[in-house]
Ligand binder design. Structure first.
Ligand code: PRT
Ligand code: MG
Length: 215
């Protein structure tokens, strides 16, 4: 299907912030993906459809060509570390990826002296890479959510997680101690589609880029 495009999005903040961007670029789903339980959505442009999947699955769909384009958090892209094109920084769903620890620990802690850490996170690969380059040994405990709980119950000393307002850390008596990366969501593309569907991909990316330029 060299004449049609599939765009992968995920429910939640990425969908909420991407739908207005797509609408401004002239792409509007015929049903409301925020409400509908459907997984595939036709749009006003008959050759473009949306698929709605879990955020962590977007890079996989795009890498394997199940979707030509997708919108994914940089955190998810860094963790996936696959073969796809990062086409446009959409500047949405901004936050930062941080190392955090209990406030009372931070009072007497110097990251320059870290040698061996026990860290709870869903970002296993990012965490391993980040500390490997610093020469710090890590024991990483993989969690799927509520990382903030881990230091409170003795599962780990520290966590690696996303921080936006900082309210979640504060509510759990944790503080940020190291910055790993600034995060926003990116438009990503399948590498083969970039060649095989060049015109359609280029015109769609250009329409979205024009919306970003106007902002
Ligand atoms: O929820 P689900 O398991 O389906 O998937 P998901 O959690 O990956 O999806 P979603 O929609 O929660 O997040 C999608 C993307 O939004 C992430 O991959 C990030 O790129 C981006 N994003 C931006 C955030 C945040 N800001 C954010 N604050 N993702 C999560 N958070 C969480 C954070 O993990 C922490 O629990 O919000 C909490 C901290 O927020 P503050 O404001 O209290 O600091
Ligand atoms: Mg979530």
């Amino acid at each position: 299907m060299t004449d049609s495009l599939t765009i992968a999005l995920s429910k939640g903040r990425i969908l909420d912030e991407t739908l207005p961007l797509l609408a401004a670029a002239g792409i509007e789903p015929l049903d409301n993906p925020r409400i509908s339980r459907k997984l595939i959505f036709a749009t006003n442009q008959s050759h473009i459809r949306l698929v709605i999947i879990r955020a962590a699955d977007v890079p996989t769909f795009v890498e394997f060509g199940a979707a030509d384009l997708g919108v994914s958090g940089k955190d998810v892209l860094m963790e996936h570390d696959g073969d796809l094109f990062e086409l446009l920084d959409l500047g949405i769903a901004r936050c930062r990826l941080m190392v955090a620890e209990p406030a009372e620990m931070a009072a007497n802690d110097n990251p320059a002296n870290w040698s061996r850490l026990r860290i709870a996170t869903k970002y296993v690969h990012i965490t391993r890479r980040f500390f490997a380059t610093k020469g710090v040994q890590t024991e990483i405990i993989k969690l799927y959510g509520s990382m903030e709980l881990a230091p409170l119950v003795g599962l780990a000393d520290r966590i690696v997680d996303l921080v936006d307002t900082g309210n979640t850390l504060k509510a759990n008596n944790l503080v940020e101690v190291e910055h790993i990366a600034d995060i926003s969501s990116w438009l990503v593309g399948n590498t083969a589609s970039m060649k095989l569907k060049h015109e359609l991909m280029q015109s769609t990316v250009a329409a979205i880029a024009a919306v970003l330029d106007e902002k």
